[in-house]
Design a protein around this ligand. Structure first.
Ligand code: GLU
Length: 444
């Protein structure tokens, strides 16, 4: 299996792009195949080296390491050669219409109830007419001549697919200024790199019939195609790289876990429930192109936040330690196990570490009587402490004071942490230690 992710470096990747990248990378990972990063940078105006660097960085953040990378701007000679082959075979023809002329023709067709398909008027131009147009300063753009008939493929997501080629305009492959549109370079690269599976967003379904004919015209076997549904915002708008919608770096900077982003990007809008997944191998096992829904998938930031929290709640120390270290956050296994169930972003570990080390921030009154305070201080067991200590301690206080339930626990929680909610005190107590517990009881 050879797959590729082919972003244009014209903006930051968003979560919808991550869906495409992950589906490809995970299929290759599971099959022991190759995952290629192709930078579609033939648009010189809008492509930027910074965006290419950001794409690599964002993929690395998700844990994806392409086996190979190349950019289209290095392969212009291959595209020129393919274009020449198509011209020689009579499949690429020069057209001279201006955008305005085409638009007027389209409107006329629509007014007559006809499909707005290019009428191939340029095919009838004689050499003399072409020479005349060129003498007037017109430069040709070049269209691929579609063959009549039905193009069929078995889409890995959408199943049996068919397009009547007569319903399509012959696609423009080369602009007036000689630059290539995306359609031909993509085919030349997929054929040249031996890509076996093209997995991409369903906004490309309309290119597929023409691309299959181009593969055939170039004497190459078309790959398999799978077109996944697109992600929209919760209100149903499409995501746009240009608008920086839900960019991966924005999600990263807001402190979300890459595995939460990856799990949501891959699982939303599929037959699998969106749920926390520990690592990319486990996520790869859940990829099923045929289970992807045909309807657009809604990306909901609240769903991501809750997925992130659930992922942290179950995260092992082995998985958490490197993440904490990378973010420069305080860490030890007992601290992690004590607080992981009470955080929704990793950085919140810092708050709890501070509470454990220094106690309540404010001066909230824990609501303790002097008798309770004295009983609590005198009942404190000797160290060493374990997670059993809390139970021993509170049983002893209950026996002495008669306090139970909330009246027993809440004053202690407030005295130790200054907060009404938080991690299990059984886990916090050994981290706070005896001397500090005594101080907080006295100081309260
Ligand atoms: N550069 C195209 C895009 O970003 C690639 C499409 C494809 O995968 O063929 O949409």
């Amino acid at each position: 299996m050879i797959v590729r992710f082919a972003p244009s470096p014209t903006g930051y990747l968003h979560i919808g792009n991550a869906r495409t990248a992950l589906l490809n990378a995970l299929l290759a990972r599971r099959a022991g195949g190759r995952f290629i990063l192709r930078l579609d940078d033939t648009d010189q105006e809008r492509s930027r080296a910074e965006y290419a660097a950001a794409i690599r960085e964002d993929l690395a953040w998700l844990g994806l390491a392409p086996d190979q990378e190349f950019r289209q701007s290095d392969r212009m000679a291959a595209y020129e050669a393919a274009a020449q082959r198509l011209r020689d075979a009579g499949r690429l023809y020069a057209c001279y219409e201006t955008a305005d002329e085409l638009e007027r023709r389209r409107k006329r067709q629509l007014a007559r109830g006809l499909p707005p398909v290019y009428d191939r008027a340029a095919l009838k131009l004689t050499d003399a007419e072409k020479a005349d147009l060129e003498a007037q300063g017109r430069r040709p753009h070049w269209r691929f001549l579609l063959e009549p008939g039905v193009v069929t493929w078995t889409d890995l997501v959408r199943g049996d697919s068919r397009v009547e080629s007569g319903s399509l305009s012959d696609p423009v492959l080369i602009r007036e200024d000689g630059s290539f549109l995306y359609t031909l370079p993509s085919v030349v690269d997929d054929a040249g790199m031996g890509v076996t599976h093209v997995v991409r967003g369903e906004d490309h379904v309309t290119n597929t019939a023409a691309q299959i004919q181009i593969f055939e015209a170039l004497g190459a076997a078309p790959p398999l195609f799978g077109h996944h549904n697109l992600l929209t915002t919760a209100s149903g708008e499409g995501l746009s790289k240009r608008l920086g919608h839900l960019s991966l770096r924005g999600l990263r900077d807001s402190g979300l876990e890459p595995m939460a982003v990856a799990a949501l990007a891959v699982l939303v809008g599929t037959a699998e429930a969106v749920r926390p997944v520990a690592d990319l191998d486990a996520l790869a096992a859940l990829v099923d192109l045929s289970g992807i829904s045909r309807a657009p998938a809604k990306f909901d930031e609240n769903e991501l936040a809750s997925l992130n929290a659930r992922l942290l709640h179950d995260m092992s120390w082995a998985d958490a330690a490197p993440r904490l270290a990378a973010l420069g956050l305080p860490a030890s296994e007992p601290l992690w196990l004590a607080v992981r169930g009470n955080i929704s972003r990793l950085a919140e570990v810092t708050d709890w570490a501070r509470v454990i080390a220094s106690g309540p921030d404010g001066t909230a009154d824990p609501g303790m009587t002097d008798a309770f305070r004295v009983a609590a201080a005198s009942a404190l067991p000797a160290e060493p402490w374990s997670t059993e200590t809390w139970k021993q301690w509170t049983s002893a206080i209950r026996d002495q004071t008669g306090a139970k339930g909330k009246a027993l626990f809440m004053p202690l929680r407030l005295a130790l942490t200054g907060r009404e909610h938080g991690p299990e005190l059984a886990a916090l107590l050994p981290l706070i230690g005896r001397a500090e517990t005594l101080r907080r009881l006295g100081g309260a």
